[in-house]
Ligand binder design. Structure first.
Ligand code: LLP
Length: 397
């Protein structure tokens, strides 16, 4: 990928995604899990770029949506409503009506919402989100299992689920769990799955069509990290689920919902160094982007590799900081990088997942242009200029 050329043509900051990489990740995961009725739902909260959605649709993915906005965006990309699962977390009644109107299958993770959904739409199909009771994930904020998180219904409340569903004649066609994001230990993923399978019986849920074991597949953010191989996990989960299906008496579909694994490595944020500063012994390189455009380092202390595209001379140690008016707005601290001059272009790696999609208008700058390079084509989602953004904000008042 010629990032310098792209930056010249489209300006910076600039998000660039490699479509081929996304396709490869999809195929690798599919191959790693040899279960015959496997479905991969893309967790589009990771990156809702239309062209990325279309690539994953071409590969055969469905969608894990978390808002009505997600559902509408997925529809715009060409997904059929039957290929979308709506994980309804802390939704309002209005959101429930809107999503039901669209005809999507709900994945419900609280007893109170299940009760409200059942009362509003008796006789419907639903999926139930259970809490796997395993705590795992790359950072405290992205662990979703265990009793101290807000997600899913505790396993001990399973009979209450059965009772509510029977009162409202809801047909439970799916059971779901999601343990966390960037999970380093596959044994914890397996443990979550096992915990769920222990409580799911034909007696309780006679109408199952699928079980969904969420996302959480890890990618390598540091160049020294190995890419995790999920083949062993895939074999183990396939054996476990096949034997579960035998005792259940039906070949159920098995879903996973990866976000990060599919798109993280495809993306880069290209930024330009605007200001170099020597603070006593500290070298600080300031760039024309900040945490409003890529928040992971600040929010989760996440490591994103950074390279200098303009210079490959000897390395110096830098803090790479952003243009937001907060001291924490920092992409890297004490990072060895090839010698930086003002005007150099830096590449922030592994920026395909939860980077653009977590962007904000903080400090009133527009989000970067995004490019998706796929099959020798370049799909452009052009940024507003900062002035266009301001015009649109001013006109909201
Ligand atoms: N399914 C459910 C129900 C989820 O809540 C999530 C992520 C996924 C699937 C996809 O997880 P993944 O495969 O991407 O790990 N912003 C954070 C990650 C937040 C994940 C939220 N839920 C980050 O940048 O690390």
């Amino acid at each position: 990928m010629n990032y310098i050329k792209l930056a010249k043509e489209y300006g910076t900051p600039l998000y660039v995604y490699d479509g081929e990489r996304i396709r490869n990740q999809y195929r690798t995961l599919q191959k790693a899990i040899p279960y015959k009725k496997l479905r991969i739902l893309y967790a589009m909260k990771a990156n809702y770029n239309l062209h990325i959605l279309q690539i994953l649709k071409q590969e055969g993915a469905g969608i894990d949506a978390v808002s009505v906005g997600d559902i509408l965006m997925a529809k715009k990309a060409g997904f059929e409503i039957k290929d979308i699962l709506f994980t309804a977390n802390k939704i309002t009644d209005t959101e429930m009506y809107e999503a039901q109107e669209l005809g999507v299958l709900f994945n419900i993770g609280s007893l109170s919402r299940l009760e409200k959904y059942g009362a509003a739409y008796p006789g419907s199909n639903v999926c139930i989100r259970l809490n796997p009771d395993v705590v795992a994930g790359a950072h405290e904020f992205i662990k979703t299992g265990g009793e101290s998180t807000k997600f899913g219904i505790l396993l001990q409340d399973i009979d209450e689920v059965v009772r509510i569903c029977s009162t409202h004649k809801l047909r439970v066609v799916g059971i779901h769990e999601h343990t966390g994001s960037g999970i380093p230990e596959t044994v914890k993923m397996m443990q979550g799955i096992q915990n769920i399978l222990e409580v799911v019986t034909k007696d309780r849920f006679p109408h199952l069509e699928f079980m969904d074991f969420g996302g959480g597949f890890k990618v390598a953010y540091k160049p020294t990290e190995d890419q995790k191989n999920y083949a062993k996990f895939g074999d183990t989960v396939t054996k476990l689920f096949t034997s579960f299906c035998e005792s259940y008496g039906k070949d159920l579909e098995m879903y996973f919902e990866p976000g990060k694994y599919l798109v993280a490595e495809s993306g880069s944020l290209i930024v330009e160094v605007t200001t170099l500063k020597q603070n006593r012994s500290k070298r600080i390189a300031g760039v024309n982007s900040g945490f409003a455009q890529l928040i992971r380092p600040m929010f989760y202390q996440a490591y994103h590799h950074i390279t200098n595209l303009s210079n490959d001379n000897s390395k110096e140690v830098y803090d790479i900081v952003g243009n937001i008016c907060e001291s924490g707005d920092c992409f890297a601290v004490d990072r060895p990088i090839h010698k930086i001059s003002e005007g150099d272009l830096l590449r922030i790696h592994t920026a395909g997942a939860y980077c653009y999609s977590m962007g904000s208008r903080y400090n009133l700058r527009a989000m970067p242009t995004e490019l998706v390079i796929d099959n020798n084509q370049c799909f452009v989602k052009k940024r507003n200029t900062n002035l266009e953004l301001i015009d649109s904000i001013i006109s909201e008042y």
